[in-house]
Design a protein around this ligand. Structure first.
Ligand code: GLV
Ligand code: MN
Ligand code: MN
Length: 391
């Protein structure tokens, strides 16, 4: 199944994936999902948010949900997301081959827009289902071409009025998401599969550094109101502050206006991704970075505006479920600094995650990898978990 997906949305120059919600690649992935479900006689329902659900048996209460997402970050890898969806179908195949019949409904989910690469909000599909993200706010988000989510959905034949809380959540009794590990804990543990304990709180803040456009040659250095200077100082400060706090701060996206080599910019728009071990530390880190940005702006007579675009609180996964699965699989437990739909749903239903070993730990990159043998071990583990929870 991963081989079938390999060509979809792949950039030929970098080898990375550009699978963003409602783009052409995303539409092909949706078709692929429907096809895999049909091949197994599973009915697919797409909710108003674009989340796809393939039911093994009739939809009903106390269902066991498994799955993940198919979208990617810009230039993402082949495993972050798809491994969880593929492994869910493969685990069902194993259970069926063994003649297993689940005692509760089982449903494979593919969540829309987990990475938030197009509209800026992480886990938009799952956050809309739970109500953590308001429909109005989501629909008004714009992509890089200035199109709103409402416009993009309508162009794909979806009804923007259907976006928002979804009834199916009330039918879910347990959620188990399998995911490639985005780190090297399992390499150090020598185990192919692990069970998640927690997700670090994390978020995205947009910093608009505003100054005054002027000539690069004719403007004295002391006469400039160049917002690039405060931006650069903020990046350097964020590294220091995050390092001191054993936290994370990343500026991975930048827009410069007007973007001329021989012009002082009028605006630098930068996105901060910040993460820390607890909510208070994250808040403190962001406050400190913003204070540095303001101080640096003041020096140049520029200004900075800060907008919180997406904030995800700390998640501690259900402890009895986690312990039960770790014992069943004889697997190590580990926390993660990456965000997941499982984190969003965990506030509503008992939720667990399985991680599959990643030999380099690299993720959100074309070189992200998991060995076939470990992927197979992930499927075996997920099948065992499904058998345990649906017997
Ligand atoms: C998603 O992978 C995230 O952690 O941003
Ligand atoms: Mn990801
Ligand atoms: Mn993911």
């Amino acid at each position: 199944m991963l081989a079938d997906l390999a060509g979809i949305g792949r950039d030929p120059t970098t080898g990375g994936y550009r699978r963003h919600v409602w783009n052409d690649a995303d539409m092909l992935l949706r078709e692929w999902f429907v096809g895999e479900a049909a091949a197994r006689g599973m009915d697919v329902v797409e909710d108003g948010n674009g989340n796809q659900l393939a039911w093994w048996g009739s939809p009903g209460p106390d269902a066991l949900l498994t799955g993940s997402h198919l979208d990617s970050v810009p230039d993402g890898g082949a495993y972050d997301g798809p491994l969880g969806v593929v492994s869910s179908f493969a685990a069902i195949d194993r259970l069926r081959a063994d003649g297993f019949t689940p005692s509760r409904p089982v449903v494979v989910g593919s969540f829309a827009d987990e990475e938030g690469a197009r509209f800026g909000i992480a886990c938009a599909g799952s956050q809309l289902v739970t109500g953590a993200l308001a429909a109005d706010r989501a629909l008004a988000q714009k992509d890089r071409d200035g199109l709103t989510m409402a416009e993009v959905m309508a162009a794909r034949g979806r009804d923007p009025r259907a976006v928002g809380r979804a009834d199916w959540l009330g039918d879910i009794g347990t959620f188990v998401e399998l995911h490639v590990e985005q780190g090297r804990s399992l390499v150090h543990s020598g185990a192919p599969v692990g069970v998640a304990t927690a997700i670090w709180p994390h978020g995205r803040w947009r910093l608009d550094f505003c100054g005054e456009a002027n000539h690069a040659g004719a403007t004295l250095m002391q006469d400039r109101h160049d917002p690039m200077q405060a931006y650069a100082a903020t990046v350097l400060a964020s590294r220091r502050l995050a390092t001191e706090a054993s936290a994370r701060a990343t500026f991975g996206r930048l827009e410069v206006e007007p973007g001329g080599t021989n012009a002082i910019p009028s605006r630098v728009r930068a996105w901060l991704d910040a993460r820390a071990s607890d909510d208070e530390s994250l808040e403190h880190l962001v406050e400190q970075v913003v204070a540095e940005a303001r101080a640096a702006s003041d020096l140049d007579g520029t200004s900075v505006e800060v907008t919180a675009e997406s904030v995800s609180p700390a998640v501690d996964f259900d402890v009895p479920l986690r312990d039960r699965l770790a014992e069943l699989l004889d697997a190590p437990v580990l926390p993660t600094g990456a965000g997941h739909d499982a984190g969003v749903l965990s506030a509503h239903v008992p939720t667990a995650m399985l991680f599959v070993r990643n030999p380099t730990g690299v993720s959100h990159s074309p070189v992200e990898h998991a060995d076939d043998g470990d992927c197979e071990a992930g499927v075996v583990a997920l099948a065992a978990v499904m058998r345990e929870l649906a017997s």
